[in-house]
Design a protein around this ligand. Structure first.
Ligand code: 6R9
Length: 650
């Protein structure tokens, strides 16, 4: 839930920053009149609007006739068309951009590689041919568990070229999390590496893969890239070296021309209940929206050096590290490691050396840099920057101002972009040449995106009031289903108000109609920009032999946005201790990944419950935050439990 302090501070925010005139003059969208014109066009005839965009944005092997087939809540876009996303990212640029860097890579240890569009295209084709030789065909699922190295992009594009469906798992996830996802997606081939570099140490990807393979996963082959080790493979016929697979493969590969609605990828994300959901995106709608929003929101120009710091394991990495920039033919920076390795100025050093012009990062990172002070920033020349973006969680006005003033030198527009794994692309965001920005507001929905703030009855809430954020009309890059669980798609996203997509976020508009995001209204928390379901962490905790019951809630945190607090009751015969706290935290790390490790574990005799036995998380949120609850406790089964939890506080 939103931090109340945050809400107060954004409510009183009155600063407005119009786009710098020099920026607007050269921008794709130059004024609010231009924005309004596009908005009206999309509103008047959405099929014409999106159809035109799709024809402009993509190369079509076969044209579509039907822009949208909408049987709520199921959408099919650009129905008869055929295209290929790898072709759109690479081949169509080659006549002009063959020798232009597509990727500027920097490893954490300092190794560097520049890969041109020509070279990237060859690498993708070789790997695609290699995958074919392993029997990968259109529609097969391929797992990707790699560090942030160029091969991660190569792997995604090779899948897209073959019409295989990729499922990337963030390298920070554990063996258990990997195994669960691979099994759910029915992955046939897994592309991985021996390890990756993070904070000067090796992330043991291969070890995790081996552990995952001790369970049934259905994986037939594991292709291993050498990154950190000596190239020795684990024993067994499943394992194959990446180099050996691509060696001798042809560097041309005919793209598989797929239908618009052919699945492109499955990406697992946390929900309010149960296991992570496999969000499924299809080809053409996703590609079109991603390409368009990258150009408009980041106001891309041919000579931009664009750096999105997200990992390819998250949707931001899919849409705005790999597909969006490459579809637009710009140069994208890929950095493997931690932001402060080896020193607090690593990011600024990278920006200075590569002359990065657009930086897109998360509020958590910005707040962490803010804490380090202006010193590390001032050591570097950041004058190449012309635009700054933020994503992943609400950005507090103070961090926004620091970003603008200290990183952007006061001259770069800041775009705070709201979107989700499910939306595929940016939905609510300033257009930097047009929109006057306010620190902490994502401003307005993009043209054609009907993001609306409604109450539970579907009525639009008046300006100034809070409500739930819905998207009331379909858009091309919306998720199509939850992989393997079509009912969950309907229940999770379209049951609050039938036919309308529920985001899970609370939001309000101010007197000028600006949108202010207020955080999740469900049991999803955003820890350091990483999306987690409290239910997942709870189920990891109760899987521990000593734990009877667990409830996990978010607590506002200056740095991470939200910190995780776990309330745990123990099975009889087990005593609370600091050692056990450590053991439980490690256990969660093993079950899910380090990002899910609770920041605080509190042992309790009992958890507050309603008479029907539901844990009252809203009360626990107050206890965790140290607030005296003003909430209604009439349904609380045992008031003593609450009193005891509070006492533990003192
Ligand atoms: C892209 C991404 C989605 C959730 C979303 C919301 C939060 C993302 C935000 C933001 C406020 C922004 N979120 N961007 N909240 N302002 N600019 O992060 O996808 O990992 O699926 O998370 O993140 O709560 O619902 P994902």
């Amino acid at each position: 839930m939103a931090d109340t302090q945050e809400i107060v501070s954004v409510l009183t925010e009155s600063r407005v920053f119009p786009p710098p005139a020099k920026f607007s003059q050269r921008a794709h969208i130059r004024s609010m009149e231009d924005y309004q014109r596009l908005w009206d066009e999309a509103e008047k005839d959405p099929r014409k609007y999106w159809g035109d965009r799709a024809r402009e944005e993509l190369f079509w092997k076969e044209p579509f006739q039907t822009v949208l087939d909408w049987k709520p809540p199921h959408a099919r876009w650009f129905v008869e068309g055929k295209t290929n996303l790898a072709y759109n990212c690479l081949d169509r640029h080659l006549p002009k951009l063959k020798d232009k860097p597509a990727i500027l890579f920097e490893g954490e240890p300092g190794d560097r590689r520049a890969i041109t569009y020509g070279e990237l295209s060859q690498q993708v084709n070789r790997l695609a041919n290699g995958l074919k030789s392993l029997g990968v065909k259109k529609g097969d699922r391929v797992g990707i568990y790699l560090p942030m190295v160029p091969e991660a992009a190569v792997a995604m594009l090779a899948c897209a070229r073959l019409g295989a469906v990729h499922s990337v798992v963030f390298g920070g996830f554990s063996a258990e999390a990997l195994q669960e996802r691979m099994k759910d997606a029915g992955v046939k081939v897994l592309l991985t590496a021996d390890g990756g570099w993070r904070k000067g140490a090796v992330v043991p990807l291969m070890k995790n893969v081996e552990a995952a393979l001790t369970h049934a996963t259905g994986i037939e082959k594991v292709v291993v890239l050498t990154r950190t080790g000596d190239g020795k493979l684990p024993e067994g016929p499943k394992f194959l070296a990446w180099d050996a697979l691509v060696k001798g493969q042809s560097d041309t590969c005919e793209p598989e021309w797929v239908e618009s609605e052919h699945p492109l990828f499955i990406l697992y994300t946390s929900g309010s209940t149960g296991k992570p959901k496999g969000v499924l995106h299809t080809t053409a709608g996703y590609a079109m929206n991603t390409s368009l929003t990258t150009r408009w929101v980041f106001d891309l120009r041919e000579d931009d050096v664009y750096w999105c710091t997200a990992d390819v394991g998250w949707v931001t990495g899919h849409s705005y590290v790999v597909y969006g920039p490459l579809m637009n033919g710009v140069t994208t920076v890929l950095y493997e490691g931690a932001p402060t390795q080896p020193g607090p100025d690593r990011f600024w050093d990278i920006i200075e050396r590569y002359k990065v012009s657009i930086l897109y990062t998360a509020p958590t990172a910005i707040r962490a840099f803010m804490r380090l002070g202006d010193g590390p920033v001032k050591q570097h020349d950041l004058s190449s920057l012309r635009l700054l973006g933020s994503v992943g969680e609400p950005i507090n006005p103070e961090a926004w101002m620091w970003y603008r003033d200290v990183i952007g030198g006061g001259r770069c527009p800041v775009v705070d972009t709201w979107w989700q794994t499910e939306t595929g692309c940016i939905m609510v965001s300033p257009l930097p040449g047009a929109t006057p920005t306010k620190p902490g507001s994502a401003t307005f929905p993009l043209p054609g995106i009907h993001a609306e703030i409604l109450d539970r009855d579907g009525k639009r809430v008046p300006r100034g009031q809070g409500g739930l954020l819905f998207v009331t009309k379909p858009w091309p890059s919306m998720l199509r289903t939850v992989y393997g669980d079509p009912e969950r798609y309907v229940n999770t996203y379209f049951s609050e108000l039938p036919g309308m997509y529920f985001t899970g976020d609370g939001a309000r508009t101010d007197a000028d109609g600006y949108v202010w995001l207020m955080g999740r209204v469900d049991d999803v928390v955003n820890v350091a920009g990483h999306r987690l379901g409290t239910a997942e962490v709870e189920s990891a905790l109760v899987a521990h032999a000593k734990v009877a019951e667990a409830a996990v809630v978010g607590r506002p945190d200056d740095l991470k946005g939200t910190a995780l607090v776990a309330f745990v009751t123990l099975k009889q015969g087990n005593a609370p201790s600091d050692a056990l706290k450590k053991e439980l935290a490690t256990h969660v790390g093993k079950e899910i990944g380090a990002i899910a490790r609770p920041d605080e574990i509190r042992f309790a005799e009992g958890l507050p419950k309603t008479r029907s036995g539901k844990i009252m998380r809203r009360l626990l949120r107050d206890v965790a935050a140290g607030n005296h609850s003003t909430q209604d406790t009439t349904t609380l089964e045992d008031l003593n439990v609450l009193a005891a939890l509070r006492q533990n506080d003192e």
